[in-house]
Design a protein around this ligand. Structure first.
Ligand code: DOR
Ligand code: ZN
Ligand code: ZN
Length: 387
């Protein structure tokens, strides 16, 4: 099969054909004619930080509803986090969750294993059992504060025993000031070793990570909103506008853009539950920003497709290139529209991005198969691959 159109290929938009066999791209070339696709054929997004809940929190999100939301947003692979209820802290619960995923995920799905004080001594054994079943877990997001928190010593121990990507939610538990809490935690972690730092919200921490072996992730909410404007809770908290602007100016230093999709019901939100849903809006909002010239298309692809695949070791994912899965999100640059919560598919049912302009994908392809067209899903749940 050949898909032909305007393709983001090797850093530029070129008119060409993508030849696909068994879901994998086997050739790309100007002379290849095939099925014509209108719009810009972009590589599908990879969101390495989502909370799809399930279990006792199925009322606010499930893998089914969360992955559907992802698909509508042009995201074909997600990394789910282990702070579920009950949490993913041993192989048994890991397998239980993967069983749910097998049956219900629309997009490809990967699950991080949780690190807690209680399992650090068995963490390599747990990982071994999980890997025996051919799953590819990272460890994350490791909390230094709040529920499921670990000490720096435990983190150090884990780092010594396992040779795995460990993603850290870096907020120092003993620091009141939220800017200092992040900077201090990152500083301390960097002295321990190489980590992937989730949702970095200060330029200072971003810069420290940039000059180290470690990698960083930023979120749309920390880039777009300051605490003066949005007074809702999220961890790490939104910062003052000065700190936010500095983060935006240093965006180029971030390795990954991820949503930290954290759905809660509206009632819970009013009662102060931390976090915002965002897996469906992240790619559409940033593609719109590309159209407006706020960010470069290459930077978006680097941070939302290429680096996520590279850092998490998803070899078959990434840019539109020979050897990769034919996963595409097709955007029509003329179809911009305001984000409305009622159009979105998370169970949360609300968004902090209400009214912001976005360009949602008109078509999505997974492994060469058209899975979404003009707002309609063409596959069943369980179509996604569990990694
Ligand atoms: O705001 C947040 N919400 N930050 C986190 O680290 C966890 C997340 C959640 O699970 O709701
Ligand atoms: Zn976090
Ligand atoms: Zn998170």
């Amino acid at each position: 099969m050949i898909i032909y159109g305007n393709v983001f290929y090797k850093g530029r938009i070129v008119e060409c054909g993508i030849e696909i066999e068994n879901g994998v791209i086997v050739d790309v070339g100007k002379d290849k004619r095939g099925k014509n696709v209108d719009g810009i054929i972009m590589p599908a997004g990879i969101d390495v930080h989502v909370h799809f809940r399930d279990f006792k929190e199925s009322y606010k999100e499930t893998i089914e509803s969360g992955s559907l939301s992802a698909l509508y947003g042009g995201v074909c692979l997600v990394v789910d986090q282990p702070n579920t209820n009950p949490p993913i802290v041993d192989e048994e619960i890991y397998f239980r969750r993967m069983e749910i995923a097998e049956k219900s995920t629309y997009v490809d799905y990967s699950l991080n294993l949780g690190l807690v004080e209680d399992n650090v001594d068995k963490i390599d054994e747990i990982l071994r059992k999980i890997e025996e079943k051919h799953y590819v877990p990272a460890i994350g997001e490791v909390f230094l504060k709040d529920r499921m928190s670990v000490s720096y010593e435990t983190l150090e121990k884990a780092k010594k025993t396992v040779n795995k990507l460990i993603t850290v939610h870096a907020e120092d538990p003993n620091e009141e000031d939220d800017v200092k809490a992040e900077v201090k935690a990152v500083e301390r972690c960097l002295s321990i070793g190489k980590f992937h730092f989730c949702h970095i919200s200060t330029a200072k921490a971003l810069d420290m990570i940039y000059h180290s072996e470690s990698t960083s992730e930023v979120t749309p909410h920390h880039l777009l909103y300051s605490k003066e404007v949005v007074k809702l809770r999220v961890n790490p908290p939104l910062k003052s506008n000065d700190v936010r602007v500095a983060l935006v100016r240093n965006f180029h230093k971030a390795d990954i853009l991820a949503s930290d999709h954290a759905p809660h019901t509206l009632e819970e939100k009013w009662e102060g539950a931390p976090g915002f849903p965002g897996v469906e809006t992240i790619y559409p909002m940033f593609f719109y920003m590309v159209k407006r010239g706020y960010i470069r298309i290459n930077d978006l692809v680097e941070k939302f497709v290429v680096n996520p695949a590279k850092i998490f070791g998803f070899d078959r994912y990434g840019e539109i290139e020979v050897g990769k899965y034919a996963n595409f999100a097709v955007f029509d640059p003329h179809s911009e529209k305001p984000i409305k919560a009622r159009d979105l598919h998370s169970k949360a049912g609300w968004t902090i991005y209400e009214g912001l302009m976005a360009i949602f994908p008109k078509e999505v392809y997974m492994r060469g198969e058209k899975v979404l067209e003009d707002g309609e899903i063409l596959i069943d749940k369980g179509f996604g691959k569990v990694l």
